[in-house]
Design a binder for this molecule. Structure first.
Ligand code: BTN
Length: 262
């Protein structure tokens, strides 16, 4: 068994040896740490990199992941993707892994906003940034997860105060972050294993249990600098968002940001 770096007792939890782990007191970005040290780290795949504090995290679509200090989970998994078919579903698999871990440990009603924003009571508690890369002819994925766990309202910067939350703000309880990191890791390895075996329907089925959008929901969608309004139709078997537009046409999107639901 290994231990996470401890600056706070709520990271005290044994991590089993089958999880290769590099844990640090602080880091600029756990995703970037992997990107910069791929040569030396690739021998340890599957590898979990985590930090107690992250100062310059990256978000999706070139955004920043605003640091909330202690009480946040900042972790990235480096995985080998042998089966590249349906790699788009990896992002749903990662979201489902985090949702299952939170629901299982806290009983909170966690929801996923497509593709994989982690929401509690309609507010963002976590996000996932996946970076795929070819390395020595292998396809690798860096799955970066940020989750506000034991984070008080005073730790949230003013610009995210209205849209962000944490597990402790919603539940009124502190959660053991070490245990959550372990559960997320286990689910991630489980779901990515399922994907490697081509059992994509299983991923989608579990994902849909947490998806907040229901058919017919009005969606305001930001894609390539444009705002598109439409009705949510479904998530297709490639993990893409299918919207029904005002003119009745259907359109499929592989990336973008759902902004507001009116
Ligand atoms: C999003 O925009 O919602 C995705 C945020 C992902 C943040 C996590 S924190 C750990 C990992 N390291 C990073 O730099 N980003 C991801």
């Amino acid at each position: 068994m290994k231990k996470l770096y401890l600056t706070s007792p709520d990271r005290e939890y044994p991590i089993p040896d089958f999880i290769n782990m590099k844990d640090m007191p602080a880091c600029i970005s756990t995703n970037e740490y992997i990107n910069e040290n791929l040569d030396s780290l690739s021998g340890d795949i599957p590898l979990l990199v985590s930090a107690d504090i992250q100062t310059g995290g990256k978000g999706r679509d070139g955004r920043k992941w605003i640091p909330v200090g202690e009480g946040g989970i900042y972790m990235s998994y480096l995985l080998n993707i042998n089966n590249r078919e349906n790699i788009g579903l990896l992002s749903l698999a990662a979201g489902t892994a985090v949702a299952e871990a939170i629901a299982g440990k806290t009983g909170l009603n966690v929801q996923l906003k497509w593709p994989n924003d982690i929401e509690l009571s309609g507010l963002k508690a976590g996000g996932i940034l996946i970076e795929n890369k070819l390395f020595n002819k292998s396809m690798l994925a860096v799955i970066g997860i940020g989750l506000n766990v034991n984070v008080g309202q005073q730790q949230l910067r003013e610009d995210i105060l209205k849209t962000a939350t944490s597990l402790s703000m919603i539940s009124g309880r502190q959660a053991n972050m070490g245990e959550l990191i372990l559960r997320i890791s286990e689910y991630l390895l489980y779901f990515t294993g399922i994907m490697e075996n081509g059992l994509y329907e299983n991923i989608l089925e579990r994902y849909l249990l947490y998806l907040k959008h229901k058919p017919g929901d009005e969606i305001s969608f930001h894609h390539s600098g444009e705002t598109i309004n439409g009705k949510f139709k479904k998530i297709n078997d490639k993990g893409a968002l299918v919207l029904k537009l005002k003119d009745g046409k259907e359109e499929t999107f592989f990336s973008g940001e759902i902004h507001t639901i009116v």
